[in-house]
Design a protein around this ligand. Sequence first.
Ligand SMILES: [Zn+2]
Length: 214
Amino acid sequence: GGGFPQETSRHKGARLLGATAHAPGRQRGRRPRVLFFPSRPSCTEALLAEAAGLRTTARPCPCPLPRVDSSLSRLLRHLLSARRSLEICLFAFSSPQLGRAVQLLHRRGVRVRVVTDAQYMGLPGSQIGLLRHAGIQVRHDQEDGYMHHKFAVVDRRMLITGSLNWTTQAIQNNRENVLVVEDAEYVKPFLDEFERIWEEYNPINYRFFSKDDK
Ligand SMILES: [Zn+2]
């Protein structure tokens, strides 16, 4: 059907301002990209070693996986493009490769902040303990509902969002989608939501009462 009223008025507003389709306020990066999972099996050692500044030719990875592009390697590359900041909002995070990438960025001086779900972070294989141990700031919910988001924002410029939890199980076995966009119009609301959650999960805002009344 016809556009929503808000859309109409917004477009009118844009016209009144004499704005074109490439209005200055509407920063656009590269075209959106989509990654589908399961990822084809691939060795990401060289990619991670290179990002860590290690020489990869000296000691190639002995694993039998092909050194090909995959959804996982593309996701890693998008994350490793971070130079200043990385916000991560994930229900489940257990992928060792993605965990290494995030630690690497932290060591590189990128400001990394992680929001996750309290119920999942304690499970075996979770990367959250390792990230915290490395000195990365992590905050979690204290709610009965899940912190079920799965998104990340790179350098306040690139939004990575979709159905994928950063777990080996999901990467290797599940049908999942990840959308990568560099359009400020989409990045901003996710950043705003991250900041809202980050503040809400600040430990000084915790309410200490029992939730074990199930
Ligand atoms: Zn390998």
